[in-house]
Ligand binder design. Structure first.
Ligand SMILES: Nc1nc2c(c(CN[C@H]3C=C[C@H](O)[C@@H]3O)cn2[C@@H]2O[C@H](COP(=O)(O)O)[C@@H](O)[C@H]2O)c(=O)[nH]1
Length: 310
């Protein structure tokens, strides 16, 4: 659904164009230099992320809460994803009960602030609290355990995305473009990828169909693809983005940016698959995201849309 609906938008879009020659050039440079990193789950950086190999339920709960809150850091200058990951890790190590069903059911904006472990105000803290409170409710059908939710997918990454979207309304990241539904499911897909990464492709993360996931339509990778010359914004859109003007959520420009990003990564993966058979859009995403994070101060700004999906 994500791949097909994004491709349909990319085909007719007028605000954003994909450059196929630029994709071929980047694919050639990746083939030459980064091939090894693009096959198999990335190492789960335990300096940033929580992991307790003796307590898979706690590790899975960390991933679900992490990706329930993994969006929209940009309104607070200096706040970023890493602060969420490390803040959550510190809270969990201090008190494993902090993410219990009782604790999450009563989540407040003040609790969200504590989970981030930052002085600065967390944007959309009330929405984030509401997403935390959804978790116990959605887990009830899976025995109250994230382990039960993951097991219900029977080692299918695609099935787990569907189960997450079904169980938790906050993960239903979709839009309407010229009358038709467009699916992104960025946080649901990144949750599945984080389970894959946290368990190194084994145990609860032993999915047989990771290649069915797409990249995660956030706000960092489109900016990276634009820097690489892979995405081109029409003049009016380029001016708005470069001036830091917000794009309305669900507007044509915002949906085209996200859809073209998904489609561009699918085209890149298609260009690389013959020489890198195990490549997935997930590992390509992680490579592009880390390049985007590393280069963000030198790049033109990312687009700004106030939305609780990415
Ligand atoms: N496409 C994609 N977007 C990602 C991630 C991640 C987390 N990646 C780590 C998790 C496991 C691996 O170890 C990765 O290293 C965060 N984001 C999104 O970036 C955005 C910018 O955030 P910032 O610059 O801080 O404000 C924000 O929307 C955030 O939700 C990713 O992997 N791919």
């Amino acid at each position: 659904m994500v791949r097909q609906s994004a491709a349909a938008v990319a085909r007719v879009g007028t605000h954003v164009q994909i450059s196929k020659p630029a994709i071929a050039a980047v694919a050639a440079s990746i083939r030459a230099s980064h091939a090894a990193r693009l096959v198999g789950p990335a190492a789960w950086d335990t300096r940033v992320h929580f992991r307790d190999t003796l307590r898979p339920e706690l590790t899975l709960r960390y991933c679900l809460v992490l990706d329930a809150l993994n969006f929209c850091f940009w309104p607070e200058p200096g706040l970023e994803y890493e602060h969420l990951a490390t803040g959550l890790k510190a809270c969990l190590e201090a008190d494993p009960q902090v993410l219990s069903d009782d604790s999450l059911a009563g989540a407040t904006p003040a609790m969200v602030q504590r989970l981030f472990g930052r002085e600065c105000p967390v944007p959309l803290a009330d929405e984030r609290a509401r997403f935390l409170a959804e978790i116990p409710k959605g887990l009830r059908r899976h025995g109250g355990q994230v382990t039960g939710l993951v097991a219900a997918a029977q080692q299918s990454a695609a099935a787990l995305v569907d189960l997450v979207v079904e169980a938790f309304p906050g993960f239903r990241d979709q839009a309407v473009y010229r009358g038709r539904q467009v699916f992104f499911y960025k946080r649901a897909q990144i949750f599945v990828a984080d389970v894959w990464g946290a368990f190194g492709g084994g145990g609860p993360g032993a999915f047989h169909d990771v290649q069915r996931l797409t990249m995660f339509a956030d706000y960092r990778v489109p900016a990276q693809l634009r820097t690489m010359g892979i995405l081109h914004y029409a003049t009016a859109l380029a001016e708005a983005v470069d001036a830091g003007r917000e794009l309305p959520a669900g507007g044509e420009a915002e949906v085209e940016i996200r859809a073209a990003t998904v489609e561009a990564v699918e085209l890149m993966r298609g260009a690389l698959a013959p020489s890198l058979p195990g490549i997935t859009s997930v590992t390509l995403d992680w490579w592009l995201w880390e390049a985007g994070e590393a280069g963000k101060d030198a790049q033109s700004p990312h687009h700004r849309t106030l939305v609780p999906y990415y």
